[in-house]
Design a protein. Structure first.
Lengths: 116, 130
């Protein structure tokens, strides 16, 4: 396993928004499965794959216009918290703006675990 | 009843006038001394008798937190129509305007979002079909 990023407790950064420190430290990999279980969260990852670094507004607009998901901004924000706890999304603050990035490291760890 | 005016809360009226005219390309319509500030509006040169945009001082204590919360989530409170979002994106980027959202097609509209330097995010929209 290359960097072992997901399992490395030194570099693991749980969500600052949700403060789910215990959850994040106990089982980052199982968090990834939980995070991927919801279609809305997979749609968020799809959209971040198409264009990385998006504001909450852009993600909300994309989910509504392209996926027909009738979710409130709060609901989408909570989905982002779950993805961030699982290490799949990283939020970056730049001045007054906040952007969301796709982080595929946790997926790579899963892929490498079961790939022949 | 008619809608003739809409506002953006700006942190500095002189700076706002410069940005909304020199950079965006609107023209000044009204500039009237109004207490410590000005009743300052701009209009589109393409449609000078249409809705005026009031560059309104954001001095009210609630305005700052409101604007900050919108910007934090990337939300534009105001939207302008343009003929070609990509062309405007190139033009404004060349003038140093900061975009938080590059042009993206969202069904019947293509939209982009930029910072007006006065504390607001502004959306520009191109409608491809009616």
């Amino acid at each position: 396993m290359p960097a072992g990023r997901v399992l490395d407790r030194e570099t693991w950064r749980p969500s600052r928004l949700t403060c789910k420190y215990t959850l994040a430290y106990l089982g980052p990999v199982s968090d990834v499965f939980q995070a991927l279980a919801a279609p809305a969260r997979r749609a968020i990852l799809d959209e971040l794959q198409e264009r990385d670094r998006q504001t909450l507004f852009e993600l909300c607009t994309r989910l509504t216009m392209k996926h027909g998901l009738e979710l409130s901004r709060q609901a989408i924000s909570q989905h982002l918290d779950v993805l961030e706890s699982a290490g799949l999304v990283i939020t970056e603050r730049e001045g007054r703006y906040k952007f969301h990035h796709l982080e595929t490291g946790p997926l790579r760890a899963i892929f490498e675990r079961w790939t022949v | 009843m008619r809608i003739v005016l809409t506002s953006v809360y700006v942190d500095d009226q002189a700076k706002a006038l410069a940005f909304y005219t020199d950079v965006l390309g609107f023209v000044k319509k009204k500039d009237i001394a109004f207490g410590k500030s000005r009743w300052l509006t701009v209009v589109s040169p393409d449609d000078p008798d249409s809705t005026e945009l009031l560059l309104e001082p954001d001095g009210h204590p609630a305005a700052g937190p409101f604007k900050d919360a919108l910007v934090n989530d990337g939300i534009p409170f105001t939207s302008f129509d343009v003929d070609d979002v990509h062309a405007e994106y190139e033009r404004l980027t060349g003038l140093g305007v900061r975009f938080t959202q590059a042009p993206v097609e969202m069904g019947p509209v293509t939209v982009a979002v930029f910072d007006d330097t006065c504390g607001n995010l502004i959306q520009i929209a191109e409608r491809s079909g009616q």
